[in-house]
Design a protein around this ligand. Structure first.
Ligand code: AMP
Ligand code: FE
Ligand code: FE
Ligand code: ZN
Length: 282
């Protein structure tokens, strides 16, 4: 049985396993293929490659924070990029700017919380991120430590990081992101396109435009999608000629989902690998 999980996070962003622990956990979970897709960074690639156990294929990727500017206000969305050249200058510049803005934004969110008497600090949060791409789950960790919430998920309630203390970050225009990843020899898949509980989602017409711009696939099997949503995405992908993927979006203990909770069919995986020219699968 080939088990393929194309969306996981490590400590290079907001996962809780190091890249080396992640590939080991992937093999232990019986995966044959694992993609490392940290938010806005390729920082975990080398450590994951170095620690890759025999028998596990590693796909190097990233999950890019994007925005669709075709509606007002713009809609945030996540784009998975696979097997792109991590030295492509324009892409590197954008990823670097996104991570810098994540720091600025997290520091400001901490200031807002502190102004309301919440006893957390930027050094504490920065320490949890430990040099990786900082995100709200790291602030959530501080809120848990301070005893204000019990879980990461609770910290995303609207009275905390979901809305009240939420500050937007710099996101890539989604069409620019597709263009940049393709120019770097990579392949793009729209992550959890119907995950409505995170906010508004783009409609079929918008996804049709993304397909015309070079989007390669849609992530259908994801824990944030209902069975009906998965069916709708599969049908849309069929109409648009896009591949369909399924993945865990594993984050270690920042989420409850297990590695391999959702998987991608070998045929879809083969198409992704065949279309990419940036870096090889390892
Ligand atoms: P950020 O990238 O800083 O805006 O934070 C968003 C990240 O937080 C997402 O990529 C998820 O990993 C995580 N996240 C979002 N909503 C939740 C939730 N309800 N429970 C746990 N983690 C979440
Ligand atoms: Fe995340
Ligand atoms: Fe995501
Ligand atoms: Zn993710």
């Amino acid at each position: 049985m080939t088990r393929i999980d194309l969306h996981t996070h490590s400590t290079a962003s907001d996962g809780t396993l190091t890249p080396a622990e992640l590939v080991a956990a992937g093999a232990a979970a019986g995966l044959s293929v694992l993609a490392i897709t940290d938010h806005d960074t390729t920082g975990g690639w080398d450590a994951a490659a170095e620690a890759r156990p025999a028998g596990l294929t590693l796909i190097r990727g990233a999950e890019l924070s994007c925005r669709w500017h075709g509606s007002d206000p713009p809609i945030p969305l996540h784009l998975l990029g696979y097997l792109f050249d991590p030295t492509a200058p324009e892409l590197v510049a954008q990823l670097t700017a996104m991570r810098a803005d994540r720091e600025r934004r997290a520091e400001r969110m901490v200031e807002l919380l502190r102004a309301d008497g919440v006893d957390i600090s930027w050094p504490e949060v920065a320490g949890y991120a430990a040099g990786g791409s900082v995100g709200r789950p790291h602030i959530a960790q501080a809120l848990i430590r301070a005893g204000l919430v019990a879980t990461t998920s609770e910290a995303f309630a609207s009275r905390w990081l979901g809305r009240r203390y939420h500050i937007p970050k710099f996101d890539l225009d989604v069409f620019d992101a597709i263009r940049l990843v393709r120019a770097a020899g990579g392949v793009t898949v729209f992550a959890h396109p119907r995950a409505s509980r995170r906010g508004r989602v783009v409609d079929d017409a918008m996804i049709t435009e993304l397909a015309a711009a070079g989007l390669f696939g849609l992530e259908a099997d994801h824990e944030d999608h209902t069975p009906e949503e998965r069916d709708q995405i599969r049908a849309l992908a069929g109409r648009l000629g896009l591949v369909v993927t399924g993945s865990s979006d594993f984050h270690g203990t920042h989420k409850t989902v297990a590695l391999g909770a959702n998987t991608t069919a070998p045929e879809a995986y083969d198409k992704i690998v065949a279309a990419a020219t940036g870096v090889p699968a390892l």
